[in-house]
Write a protein that binds this ligand. Sequence first.
Ligand SMILES: *Cc1c(COP(=O)(O)O)cnc(C)c1O
Length: 378
Amino acid sequence: MSRHKNLTSLDTLFAQANGAIDPQTGGVVPPIQSSTTFVRDEDNVPLSPDHIYGRDDNDLVRLGEQMLAKAEHAEDGLLFPSGMAAVAAVMRTVPNGGRIIQQSGIYWGATKWTREFCERREIDLIEVDCADLDALRSVAKDADILWIETPSNPYLKTVDIRGCAEIAKSIGADLVVDSTAATPVLSQPLDHGADIVMHSATKAINGHSDVLAGFLACKNESAKRWEMIKTDRQGAGAVMGSFEAWLLIRGMRTLPLRVERMSDSALQIAEFLAQHPNVENVLYPGLPSDPGHALATTQMTGGFGGLLSVQVKGGGDAALAAIGKLNLFKRATSLGGVESLVEHRHTIEATVPKNLLRLSVGIENPIDLIADLDQAIS
Ligand SMILES: *Cc1c(COP(=O)(O)O)cnc(C)c1O
């Protein structure tokens, strides 16, 4: 598989945490900065101009933001205490009576929250399948935000970022891309015309299922919407704690390595499932037969990520019977961790087909994972 030229420098950037060395001790791991406040000298001048109060000034949060902003080729980046806090930070910039166009069939938490928010604030919400640019064009009208997710969760649809960027421009909207499933290793949506990229860093970016985090990065840091997001985060205090930031940076040091393994294994699993007699359909952009494959190769490099969905033959009962037999894949929500997970999304989200299982492929030996799936669906 072809590797992005940038991956080498990304590997180095992440492995060395952007060159962070503890200036006090020379330690190769930055210390947890636990203080929420910082002293001033006898002339009332802060000892360090970048350290006044913890809500604004935490070196670890800044370091995590720098690492991820570099990976996204962004002018600026902001960490949040969860992915949903990052989603909400973007949406809150839309004025009452404004309009949001949001892709349908995306991460359920974002759909649900955006619906409730728009109702409360009398914001016009248009939901449309943005993987179909004609469908998007047919409903597009002046809007504040066009929100897409690619690959989408749990349908793994590939959305044309450049195509959406053109449409967004024509209706005066900012294009925001939830790139959680792609990770900053495999795709840089800002290079394809997005204005803002969003991640649930709880997923592959942290990768160890032990930190909640969200991230936003922008193409233009002087854009009005970005300034609003930044000011509001500082003022309203949706900031990440120092210990979480420390864990996140520790997790991110292996991000490129983990994503490479997860993507390679996910592709092997998708290929195995696609030829299995008890499988109806596999949803994964890495499969050449996937409707989004050709497009995905133009906006993802180095792999297609660790998330895939499979529809088994025999309906909901067969799907539930299969996940009941899995040993290595843990039955739990979420994705992007080193351990493989499986979820029957219909249990949570009624519109998802009953026979669909969403798999998050971890870094275990792919031969073990395939054997586990084989015994469960055969
Ligand atoms: C998990 C997820 C979110 C929400 O992030 P949290 O960190 O759980 O708040 C948003 N988008 C996608 C695609 C996700 O998978």
